[in-house]
Design a protein around this ligand. Structure first.
Ligand code: HEC
Ligand code: HEC
Length: 282
């Protein structure tokens, strides 16, 4: 084959790669990377997710407003979600509604997950439904605050994000897919202040590590992100180690973010650079 033609064939193969990716491949990539459902649903050890316990469920928050347990979402029929259909799981993820019609409580990030594309949410559900079943009965969460009647109207159809539009794609990764912005935006009167403090940080998280405070990821001098090169910012997200050698505490899901691919990381970094500078939130 002529070399030029061969090059064209290889290029075409690379371009069509993401289209040829199966649902399970896409789901594996997302869940073990930026989406990181296991950051809540898998018990975590200081070295990362507990081996053999993927999605077995665990307590994740104990605060005045609620005591939240992330349930067992393995296919175990008795203690997990082995009796749910794929459509039921998709509805639970995007709308926060169980097959019996009850509402799933916070902090599962439903305001973000409603905007997961049809293909991505199906890919995620496909992955979740094939992990090994683990028998583990998890207690029910207790909410001492009123929950809304719903998180919004039923989700109809959400188109695929377009990686060619790098900033929009980065916004999709930092929002619907990774809910980075939820952890990194302060709350005002019980609501995330996306109107005026997106990325300003300040939320506090208590756990075995003590108390960590979400960093300001806007380019404001209160934060550190403006001082990082793009490569340094990518390394901070993937490894949880800052250029000065200090480590990022949980619950930032760095054990998952290590596998974010270069294309997606470039989009994420480009999007973070577009955040408006804001002083520290909280
Ligand atoms: C920030 C933490 C968090 C993240 C991230 C998260 N969840 Fe959850 N999830 C929860 C909590 C807490 C509950 C239970 C709330 C309650 O008890 O009402 C829950 C409930 C569920 C349920 C309902 C299970 C049942 O038996 O009632 C499913 C299904 C589920 N999550 C799937 C997922 C999937 C799939 C992902 C990733 C796309 C995910 N979750 C990401 C915290 C999280
Ligand atoms: C569950 C909450 C949570 C999620 C989700 C989360 N983060 Fe974080 N992030 C934190 C916390 C908390 C810290 C600070 C921890 C510390 O100071 O030890 C942090 C720190 C950071 C830092 C370090 C900045 C600095 O101070 O040097 C960056 C950058 C960052 N996050 C970006 C992201 C991106 C990008 C995503 C999505 C892929 C993300 N975070 C998802 C909670 C979260």
């Amino acid at each position: 084959m002529h070399t030029l033609l061969l090059a064209a064939v290889i290029l075409a193969a690379t371009v069509s790669h993401s289209v040829a990716e199966t649902l399970l491949e896409r789901g594996t990539y997302l869940v073990n990377g930026i989406v990181a459902c296991g950051n809540c649903h898998t018990p975590q050890t200081p070295g990362g997710p507990a081996p053999g316990r993927e999605f077995a469920g665990t307590i994740i928050a104990d605060m005045p407003e609620f005591t939240a347990f992330a349930p067992n979402i393995t296919p175990d029929k008795a203690t997990g979600i082995g009796n749910w259909s794929k459509a039921e799981l998709i509805r639970a993820i995007r709308e926060g509604i169980r097959p019996d019609g009850s509402l799933i409580g916070p902090p599962m990030p439903f305001s973000m997950y409603r905007h997961l594309s049809d293909r991505d949410v199906e890919a995620i559900a496909t992955y979740v439904m094939q992990v090994p079943a683990v028998s583990n009965a998890v207690p029910k969460s207790e909410y001492r605050i009123p929950l809304p009647p719903a998180y919004g109207p039923p989700v109809a159809e959400v188109p695929e994000p377009r990686p060619e539009n790098i900033i929009d794609y980065g916004a999709y990764l930092a929002g619907p897919a990774g809910h980075c912005l939820e952890c990194h935006t302060p709350m005002v009167a019980g609501r995330f202040d996306y109107d005026s403090q997106t990325g300003a940080g300040g939320l506090k998280f208590e756990g075995p590590w003590g108390i960590s405070v979400a960093s300001n990821i806007t380019p404001h001098p209160d934060g550190r992100v403006a001082d990082y090169s793009d490569a340094e910012l990518a390394t901070v997200i993937r490894t949880g180690v800052r250029p000065d050698g200090s480590r990022i505490f949980p619950p930032m899901g760095v054990h998952y973010y290590a596998s974010i691919n270069d294309r997606d990381m470039a989009a994420l970094v480009a999007f973070i650079r577009t955040l408006k500078p804001k002083p520290n939130g909280g």
